[in-house]
Design a protein around this ligand. Structure first.
Ligand code: ZN
Length: 359
């Protein structure tokens, strides 16, 4: 953690400023320490260079996973927060754990993620929009999209995720970057000051939340007047029926079994795309090729397709949205110049994006 992070951060409980107690430092980074709220006195640990700003019940569980830290500093931490018994917290944690695993094995397929990022933001944000801006990546995982936003010239970037994938973002993806700040945090318990970011975006996260509207509202509050929010979510299309049927079975199976089983739909999608690429080459069959299902994955590696297949079959929460759902969110938010578009023109229900400027 760089001390500059404190510009953006405040206590998620009372909004008070943090002070930092440093236990271990390297150059400009606090490796181990405590963030203490100057108003209500709550403390949050910095472990492995990453602030862990979670509700007390989740913190207790997290710190238990770092026996050395808890042995050295347990007296300075808050009292025990009890168990993570809130069902929404438990489910959200499961989502985060699943992605931790995914990002740990598919962190290398970078080039296809750049194309994905450009394609997802298309029509709402351009690479030039990031230049010189203060940016928040909400649900950043290992930081793959944050990496490209920084590359597009973001002056400072903040990213958070509920899971430990954020440690990879901090330690590997953004090694040596002085303008990047990552913390482990919960979208419903954010330690961030309101009205400070030029751009807040969230890609592929809101549809995995137990209460999506509340998540969008929390993000919109962080955008400064004149700044922009951008969100991408799954659309409510017929594709949910086969997926939900499969999920009825796969959510009840051990993860390793699903990882094995998801190889077969991945193989199917990959084969279909080989056919798509061939059909697309020749003008007479090009029109037909556009109707081939799953061709939006035609530029993915097999590993990438296999991951998408596992993702859909194992993640505990998937919400599919209609355009009206997004319109409902936008109605309640203080935004102007709003726009809702489909990511796949011609297949409107498949996937939705919205953006808006803070009024
Ligand atoms: Zn406080």
């Amino acid at each position: 953690m760089k001390k500059d992070f404190l510009k953006f951060a405040c206590c998620p409980e009372c909004g008070g400023d943090f002070s930092i107690e440093e236990f271990e430092k390297s150059d400009l980074e606090v490796q181990e320490g405590l963030l203490r709220c100057s108003k209500c006195g709550l403390v949050f640990p910095v472990i492995g260079g990453v602030p862990r700003i979670l509700r007390p019940e989740m913190l207790t569980e997290l710190v238990a996973g770092y026996p050395e830290f808890s042995r050295k500093y347990s007296r300075q931490l808050n009292g025990p927060g009890g168990s993570a018994s809130n069902p929404d917290v438990t489910r959200s944690l499961k989502v985060a754990k699943m992605y931790e695993y995914g990002w740990s094995i598919y962190s290398k397929v970078a080039e296809e993620y750049k194309r994905e990022f450009d394609d997802v933001i298309d029509g709402h944000l351009t690479p030039a929009d990031f230049n010189g801006k203060t940016v928040l990546d909400a649900g950043c995982g290992m930081g793959r999209f944050a990496y490209f936003s920084e590359g597009y010239g973001a002056r400072e970037i903040v990213g958070f995720d509920l899971g430990e994938a954020v440690v990879t973002a901090y330690r590997d993806t953004f090694r040596d970057k002085q303008n990047a700040h990552f913390f482990q945090g919960d979208i419903y318990y954010l330690p961030l000051r309101k009205d400070i970011f030029d751009i807040v975006y969230s890609i592929g996260v809101i549809h995995h939340l137990p209460n999506p509207a509340k998540g969008v509202e929390a993000l919109a509050a962080l955008v400064r007047t004149g700044g922009k929010i951008f969100v991408w979510v799954y659309g409510d299309s017929v594709i949910k029926y086969p997926i939900n049927t499969l999920r009825y079975v796969t959510l009840r199976l051990p993860f390793r079994a699903v990882r094995f089983l998801s190889f077969f739909p991945a193989l199917f999608i990959y084969a279909v795309n080989a056919f798509y690429r061939l059909a697309f080459k020749f003008p007479p069959t090009r029109g037909m090729a556009e109707h081939i299902p799953f061709h939006q994955y035609s530029d993915r590696s097999f590993a990438g397709v296999w991951w998408i297949s596992q993702d859909h079959l194992t993640v505990p929460i998937i919400n599919y949205f209609k355009q009206g759902d997004l319109e409902g969110w936008l109605k309640t938010l203080p935004l102007k110049d709003t726009s809702i578009t489909s990511r796949y023109p011609g297949k409107a229900g498949r996937s939705w994006r919205f953006s808006g400027v803070k009024a």
